[in-house]
Design a binder for this molecule. Structure first.
Ligand code: ADP
Ligand code: MG
Length: 339
């Protein structure tokens, strides 16, 4: 027998899962992003025991056709791009077609879905990458995923999970960021039967900020709307007086995607430098709309990192937006003398 063997599909999916699915919050991220891509206006995330034994992600989006259900769980199957050229201008959150196959490889999945046009819904069960059943079922329009026993068949990975409390707080942070990035979607987060977050989905970012962070922060915001060279920046800057002791309050989104970027953090912090004390970090919620040709989202499995064609331009524009916003605040109303 040859020493070199091609791995079977189930093993390949398990390995892929290692890149995308690290913990319950990764599952919630992938499934909630799918819900947003499906045009949902309401998304419910419910977990028990930190999500390790139970997660439910329900949406009222377009649903999945019965004949597409199996394909959705195949690796590299996606409805969002068709060819490599599409990678240059991705407008959806997903595009790799890896999440469902990865999740199904390392957990017990039950899917209930129905499109508006279909008379019946579909219930599909798959565990450890193996299909268990596919049947018609009564269902509301939209899609619900039940994920049980994450990493039940990869004990080494399960061992790396933190306590239920820590995992639950990661899920909570994630839903918070999704709510901030999509004020037009109503998000509900339920942990062990308790509603922890419920945003209205009325499209008003300030309402979402108030809901999550409370009145002190919500009443100390400076609105931003700044555009330069194809980069449009909107959202809110916290007044320097509400600066915090860590970076957790720096929320920024590039084309609707929550990312971590040292260049963006630096531009924001440099913009605040003259206004805050050392070791204080600003509160911001900023949306960067960058032409899709100028940003590559296909650089990291979890898409938490992106690459900009012109980093300097991003830095300069963001710095200017922050600097401008903070200075405008300081302006003392001027009296016009010539009339
Ligand atoms: P990707 O999001 O990269 O396309 P996924 O593995 O996350 O890959 O999903 C595979 C496909 O399953 C999607 O392209 C989409 O067609 C379908 N799908 C997944 N979740 C949903 C959902 N909540 N509503 C409608 N369709 C969905
Ligand atoms: Mg996806």
């Amino acid at each position: 027998m040859s020493k070199i063997q091609v791995l079977d599909q189930i093993t390949i999916d398990k390995i892929a899962a290692g890149e995308v699915i690290e913990r319950p919050a990764s599952v919630v991220k992938e499934l909630a992003e799918n819900a947003i891509d499906a045009g949902a206006t309401a998304v419910t995330v419910e977990i028990k025991e930190g999500g390790i034994t139970f997660m439910r992600i329900a949406d009222n989006g377009i649903g999945i056709d019965k004949e597409d259900v199996r394909a959705a769980f195949l690796r590299h199957s996606t409805s969002k791009i068709r060819s490599a050229e599409d990678l240059a201008h991705i407008s959806s959150l997903g595009f790799r077609g890896e999440a469902l196959s990865s999740i199904a490889a390392v957990s017990q999945v039950e899917l209930l879905t129905k499109t508006k046009e279909a008379e019946f819904g579909v219930r599909y069960k798959i565990a450890g990458g193996k299909e268990e059943s596919l049947e018609d079922a009564g269902a509301p329009d939209g899609t619900t995923f039940l994920i049980r026993q994450l990493f039940y068949n990869t004990p080494a990975r399960r061992k790396f999970l933190k306590t239920a409390m820590t995992e639950a707080s990661h899920v909570g942070d994630l839903v918070t960021r999704l709510a901030l990035s999509h004020p037009e979607v109503s998000f509900r987060f339920i942990n062990n039967g308790q509603v922890k977050l419920h945003t209205s989905g009325n499209g008003n970012l300030k309402d979402v900020i108030y809901h999550i962070y409370g009145r002190e922060i919500a009443s100390n915001l400076i609105e931003v709307d700044f555009e330069r060279k194809g980069i449009h920046i909107t959202g809110y800057l916290g007044k320097p007086l509400i600066s915090r002791g860590n970076r957790n309050f720096e929320n920024y989104f590039v084309d609707g995607r929550y990312i971590k970027s040292s260049i963006i953090s630096k531009a924001i912090e440099d913009g605040y430098k003259d206004f805050t004390m050392q070791h204080k970090y600003p509160f911001v919620v900023l949306y960067l709309d960058v032409d899709t040709e100028h940003v590559d989202v296909n650089v990291h499995p979890t898409k938490m990192d992106v690459r900009f064609n012109n980093q300097q331009e991003i830095y300069n524009t963001l710095f200017a937006a922050v600097d401008d916003g903070l200075h405008e605040r300081e302006l003392i109303p001027e009296v016009t003398l010539d009339d």
